[in-house]
Design a protein around this ligand. Structure first.
Ligand code: 1HN
Length: 387
């Protein structure tokens, strides 16, 4: 890693605000306040931290504790009344903006067979990652897609979208991910309900995969100039196969194991302007080294079991659990099985960090590249519900 100004002058005391209150200064501050102004030196150290200090806390949401509560919402509210029947992930450090981590929102949505949620569009971008059930579908700008477990689907900003579960399916639960807190922070949120409540299916089912889902191939004479991927659905089976092939051909990263980003097939870039996503495979027994980087990351365990150490706290996870890594938090992941792969789905605000030139990464140098574990992390759920 190259040395930058940040490293050279890190945490020197000189040059930082250090003004003590005197009666004269306090009176002066009051006068400034009346003019809707303030003295920078009273806030400079707070608004210009030495390094990112996330308000988000690392959290593990255990699916075996959440699932029954998500299912209970089915008997309590209808999708018609609720708009979307969702239990959202409420990071204790980010309650004020309803974020799961950083500027990302996430929730678990449940639908029974035969139910349908009406169409709407918004300036926030969204994704879904399917957790369980059978017969789920989503319609994005007239493109209907069938959804199975571990499929990843986009509803980019501005697109009409609606979801449902076919009458002969099984109750479905999926994870929604949106950039709502970011878009609200930027004061750019718009929301419209479809005038007919539902949109017409205007293309063959799963046509997005037929057009854009063939690896290394693109259709002749099909134009696409939208700022998001034309491929709306990324199915689990080809994703897992690609990871296994990569694992056979490459060592992978010491920090992330074998990781592949979901990409826009036209340019290899992130799937949407504000949200990126990846799937990573941790080989049996793999223990990553620790690093930290800017950006907020929300993981769902797509396969297997293991643990992650986040800022010195150990979180043991299994299939369908969700956990977050806040910006600039040290983290490392391990597969606890000696025989089975573990796979982690992840979405993040990495496209934003990269586009704004704010991405920064650092490896942990001490202790052989591993954190000292300070505590096994309790979750509020774990404390309330004996295992
Ligand atoms: C939304 O559009 C969905 O389409 C789910 O399923 C959750 C949370 C806030 C705003 C829009 C969906 C949402 C949402």
């Amino acid at each position: 890693m190259t040395t930058t100004g940040y490293d050279t002058y890190r945490e020197s005391v000189a040059g930082r605000a250090d003004v003590e209150d005197t009666p004269e200064l306090v009176a002066y501050y009051r006068e400034l306040e009346r003019l809707k102004t303030a003295a920078l030196w009273t806030v400079a150290n707070k608004i210009e931290p030495w390094q990112p200090k996330s308000e988000s806390v690392p959290v593990l949401w255990r699916y075996r504790e959440l699932r029954e509560h998500v299912l209970r919402s089915v008997s309590l509210v209808t999708p018609e009344k609720a708009g979307r029947r969702v239990i959202y992930l409420d990071n204790p450090g980010r309650r004020d903006v309803a974020a799961a981590v950083g500027w990302l929102y996430s929730g678990l949505q449940v639908m029974h067979p035969g139910e349908a949620a009406s169409a709407h569009a918004h300036s926030t971008s969204a994704l879904r990652f399917i957790m369980e059930g059978r017969g789920a579908y989503t319609i994005v700008d007239g493109h209907k897609m069938t959804l199975g477990a571990n499929d990843f689907v986009l509803t980019p900003n501005g697109c009409w979208h609606e979801h449902g579960v076919e009458a002969d399916g099984l109750t479905c639960i999926w994870q929604d991910g949106l950039d709502i807190p970011l878009v609200n922070a930027l004061e750019a949120g718009f929301f419209v309900v479809h005038p007919d409540l539902h949109q017409a299916v205007a293309h063959p089912v799963d046509d997005s995969v037929a057009l854009w889902g063939a690896p290394g191939l693109r259709p002749q004479d099909v134009k696409w100039n939208k700022p998001y991927s034309p491929l709306f659905k990324y199915q689990w089976e080809p994703t897992y196969e690609a990871l296994q092939r990569l694992a056979a051909a490459s060592e992978g990263s010491p920090f992330d194991g074998v990781l592949m980003h979901y990409t826009n097939p036209l340019n290899g870039g992130h799937v949407m302007a504000t949200i990126g996503a990846s799937m990573q495979l941790l080989r049996p027994g793999f223990e990553s080294k620790a690093h930290r980087h800017t950006g907020s990351f929300l993981y769902q365990v797509a396969k297997g079991r293991g643990y992650s150490i986040i800022n010195g706290q150990r979180f043991d996870w299994q299939e369908r659990d969700i956990f977050c890594v806040p910006s600039w938090a040290w983290h490392e992941h391990a597969n606890a099985s000696q025989t089975q792969d573990a796979c982690l789905f992840c979405f993040s605000d990495l496209p934003v960090m990269e586009k704004l030139a704010l991405y920064r990464e650092e490896a942990l140098a001490d202790n052989g590249g591993h954190q000292k574990v300070l505590a096994a992390a309790p979750t509020p759920q774990a404390q309330a519900v004996p295992a």
